[in-house]
Design a protein around this ligand. Structure first.
Ligand code: DC
Length: 221
């Protein structure tokens, strides 16, 4: 596949927003790999499986009944697990935590690899996550790694919660962001890190539009 853009980075950096806008602009497919790990964590949780039972985890991953659907007239992608719309619960901090824990298990990552790679279809793909440029699409021609200070990412998360009519305590959000970064970066299998050939963009002081401009410049170069 000639047109694959990978966007990796820590939680709350804005990867999802940037990936969605670029996929729309280019008319490329979109892979939100975090949603796959989140849905998998929900599936494991609802089946009451112990996360130390690796063969049970691999079995669930193999048979994961997961669908992404875009509703007519909406930009948002709804996620269906076992036929149920789980889009709301998928995005909670608690599900993110569960996903981060379960994503550190090697058999889980191996079992979900092909499902992610199958998203690479013409005319192109934008894939966001933690290991898109280093593992899942290691041969992608366009790779970006977004960073921002933990404080800025916590501020953005708080704003997002407030926009959804929810509340949050900044010190708690910051602590969660730092803990998730630490777990995702220090794990043995596919840790969060920039690919050697990735363009690293520090977004702390940048608007979404400024980030988009830099990424589009890369894929048009
Ligand atoms: O991007 P996100 O917050 O939706 O991801 C949730 C968790 O899933 C994240 O903390 C770690 C894991 N994840 C991963 O290990 N690899 C990916 N490519 C995407 C997500």
């Amino acid at each position: 596949m000639k047109n694959v853009l990978t966007i990796d980075g820590p939680s709350g950096v804005g990867k999802g927003t940037v990936a969605r806008i670029i996929a729309q602009q280019q008319d490329w497919h979109l892979l939100d790999s975090g949603a796959i790990y989140r849905a998998f964590a929900l599936a494991v949780d609802s089946r009451g499986v112990d996360i130390s039972d690796e063969s049970a985890l691999a079995e669930i991953a193999k048979n994961l009944d997961l669908e992404f659907k875009t509703k007519e007239g909406s930009e948002l992608v709804s996620v269906y697990l076992d036929g149920q719309d789980v889009s709301k619960v998928l995005r909670t901090e608690q599900t993110g935590e569960m996903a981060s824990k379960i994503a550190s298990i090697g058999v889980v990552r191996a079992a979900l690899l092909k499902r992610q790679q199958a998203f690479a279809k013409a005319p192109g793909l934008v894939a966001d996550g933690r290991d898109m440029g280093t593992v899942v699409f290691a041969n992608a021609p366009f790779k970006v790694f977004l960073t921002a200070s933990a404080q800025e990412r916590a501020n953005r998360r708080l704003k997002q919660l407030q926009n959804q009519g929810s509340e949050g305590i900044i010190s708690q959000i910051l602590a969660d962001v730092v803990a998730r970064d630490e777990r995702d970066s220090s794990r043995k299998h596919s840790p969060l890190k920039p690919a050697e050939d990735a363009l690293i963009i520090d977004t702390t002081e940048l608007s979404i539009d400024e980030v988009i401009t830099q990424v589009v410049k890369l894929i048009k170069a």
